[in-house]
Design a protein around this ligand. Structure first.
Ligand SMILES: [Zn+2]
Length: 669
């Protein structure tokens, strides 16, 4: 009976894996969604009834528990970067250098020409066919562990398919988001009044660095594989065979867009690719040409930082010309003034551009940009477009030079030169433009993540004097919100509820939200993990801060300086008085109402005194977090009757275990 059951479970998994492959990798579903759901539900039910049968490579186990930090991973074989070429001559010179190196008249090989995807390089390790680890490229030698997020990518198999599975496969590829998915996601964000992402690559990179894999599950990422690191049992003699074999193993490759042949064929393929680049479903920024013959690659070897046998042929940056309608000045949250060119809308590489950054007054002087000028703008695959040159021949005489403002356009305060003597800044801490930017940052996704409050609303709140600083957000009431434009009772109630939830932020999010110079998300996480309370962090000396791994001297002194300022101390007092209490990290848990503050908890077995949902709710009320599986990140396992395999695993990992009776006592029942 047990054996039959195990066989049924394994058969279901195999079927689901095959359907996943058809759906996500081949984009040719073999069954209807309803049939697929039925298989998945049956597997989920059997696994829930028999937790002992759950294995890490089961299709139900894609999304695991959040991790507390991204660990460092050393690559067994470094992930080298590629040498660049920018035109046909340089490609031919590269091929010539290979012949010279080998001292031969001609190379006895084809080439493989693969589109160069503009994404994030990753390495995924399969041990005996099972996904064991995934990491970012990092500096090429050491990357970050992103296993939890890569597992959540549906097109990446948790177990390799086919009969020729190698003992060890370190496979490399590019994680990307398709253009259509990116646009959909950004449209949703805009509708919710949130900041859209600059480009698919930033979105992919940001997603892979999330600590909670639930985010990666929500965002349709893909990985296209193109090569291997250290591996055992590779059955391929050429790149062509390698890609075909990776495909057989169930991995998605770029093979449908890859060209094979001599150097002339590569150059023709490159030209074709450049023409089609805007019509392709993914962002590409060039083509990688590789020696096809793997044995020849061995002989060619590597230089210090790049292999000899491959070259990245980059597309020229995409440019367009348009007219500067105006130059305005934007005030950032730290008061920095950034000139921005407002442009006649123009298409650059499939994107409509209406604004381009001019960085600072110095840059404007250097380019000599004037209002009314025709300019070249450039979009280098990504980020904010910039003005690169002025078409001086088309000047007609009426163009107006830009004069750096002497007063802040938002508050009329006299502006100051920044310390680096390049930028101008508004020194007024109450400047409405600065406050708007601060509030936007405070409620942003990396900050307190408050839903239902976008740039338009923040501008209104500041303009009407309802918000003069971030603390005022917590003083808003329904009546004043409803009086605003386009704000109904329901949205007002939703916003107030979201603000209520934001009163107990994780410490690292609060630190980021406060907008301390030098404190990005990573530094905030490091500081929160080390000091665990705002009080301890505030009391730390510059030396103590600098001693923390991951905090440099500059960040240390900026943090120190921030806490030393009276206006910031006043802000912290205000926030505390308004009920904002950052969640405490485990080291100092135990304050009132915080029995489980900062701790991760999981239940197993049947509880007698209360339902699972009630128990979980109590933990959350007291500041704890519920995990979905036993891992090293679990602080506490509460055991009811007939516990499953979780208990065994928790014991192995040394996780603290508590009976239901002890738990009830703890929560005060
Ligand atoms: Zn100002």
């Amino acid at each position: 009976m047990e054996r039959d059951l195990a066989r049924r479970v394994e058969k279901l998994r195999e079927e689901i894996r095959q359907h996943n492959h058809h759906y996500y990798v081949l984009a040719r579903p073999a069954i209807s969604d309803a049939e697929y759901d039925r298989l998945l539900r049956e597997l989920q039910r059997l696994e829930a009834e028999h937790p002992d049968l759950v294995t890490p490579d089961s299709p139900t186990q894609r999304v695991g528990a959040p991790v507390s930090a991204l660990a460092k991973v050393e690559h067994a074989e470094p992930m080298l970067s590629l040498e660049n070429a920018f035109n046909e001559t340089e490609v031919r010179e590269w091929e010539e250098s290979l012949r010279n190196y080998l001292k031969v008249e001609s190379l006895d090989t084809d080439f493989a020409g693969e589109p160069k995807l503009d994404g994030v390089s990753v390495e995924v390790v399969y041990e005996n066919g099972v996904l064991a680890r995934a990491s970012t490229r990092g500096d090429g030698w050491v990357g970050e562990d992103i296993t939890h997020n890569v597992r959540a990518i549906q097109s990446v198999p948790l177990r390799l398919a086919g009969g020729r599975v190698p003992a060890l496969l370190e496979v490399r590829g590019e994680a990307i988001m398709r253009k259509d998915a990116f646009q959909r996601l950004n449209r949703d964000l805009l509708e919710q009044g949130e900041e859209p992402f600059a480009n698919p690559r930033n979105l992919a990179a940001g997603t892979l660095k999330q600590l909670d894999p639930a985010v990666a599950k929500e965002r349709p990422l893909d990985i296209y594989f193109y090569g291997t690191g250290r591996s055992a049992g590779i059955e391929a003699r050429t790149q062509r065979e390698l890609l075909a074999w990776l495909g057989e193993l169930g991995l998605r490759t770029n093979v449908e867009m890859t060209a094979f042949g001599g150097l002339d064929a590569m150059l023709a393929a490159y030209a074709g690719l450049e023409q089609r680049r805007n019509d392709l479903p993914v962002e590409i920024d060039g083509m990688v040409i590789k020696v096809d013959n793997l044995a020849l690659r061995e002989r060619l070897g590597t230089r210090a930082r790049s292999p000899r046998w491959a070259v990245a042929v980059k597309f020229p940056a995409q440019q367009a010309t348009t007219r500067v309608q105006d130059i305005v000045v934007q005030v950032g949250r730290l008061g920095t003034l950034t000139p921005v060119a407002l442009l006649e809308p123009v298409e650059v590489g499939g994107v409509t551009v209406q604004r381009a950054t001019l960085h600072n007054a110095e840059q404007i002087r250097k380019l000599d940009v004037r209002v009314g000028d025709r300019v070249f703008i450039e979009r280098a695959g990504d980020v904010i477009p910039k003005v690169v040159a002025v078409v001086k021949e088309s000047r007609r005489g009426g163009e107006r030079p830009f004069t750096p403002p002497e007063r802040c356009p938002a508050c009329d305060t006299r502006v100051e030169q920044d310390e680096d003597a390049v930028a101008l800044r508004c020194p007024n801490p109450r400047c409405p433009a600065r406050v708007v930017a601060q509030v936007e940052h405070f409620v942003s996704r990396g900050g307190l993540d408050v839903e239902g409050i976008g740039p338009k609303l923040i501008e209104q709140l500041v303009a009407r004097g309802l918000v003069e600083g971030v603390a005022d957000l917590f003083c808003l009431d329904a009546a004043s919100l409803i009086a605003l434009e386009r704000m109904g009772e329901k949205s007002a109630a939703n916003l107030l509820a979201a603000l209520e939830r934001a009163r107990q932020p994780a410490l690292d999010r609060l630190l980021f939200a406060l907008g301390i110079a030098g404190v990005g998300q990573t530094v905030a996480e490091v500081l929160a993990a080390h000091f665990s309370t705002l009080e301890r962090l505030g009391a730390a000396s510059a030396e103590e801060l600098e001693a923390v791994k991951g905090i440099g001297p500059e960040a240390a002194s900026q943090v120190r300086a921030w806490f030393a300022q009276e206006e910031n101390q006043a802000l912290l007092r205000d926030l505390a008085a308004l009920g904002l209490r950052p969640r405490t990290a485990p080291a100092s848990a135990g304050a009132k109402g915080g029995e489980f503050a900062g701790r991760t908890v999981l239940f197993t077995g049947t509880l007698a005194g209360l339902t699972r949902a009630e128990a979980e709710a109590r933990v959350k009320e007291q500041g704890g977090r519920i995990l979905k599986a036993v891992s090293r990140n679990l602080d506490l396992l509460v055991v009811g009757e007939d516990p499953g395999s979780k208990l065994k695993k928790a014991r192995e990992l040394g996780v603290r275990i508590m009976t239901e009776a002890e738990f009830l006592e703890r929560i005060g029942d």
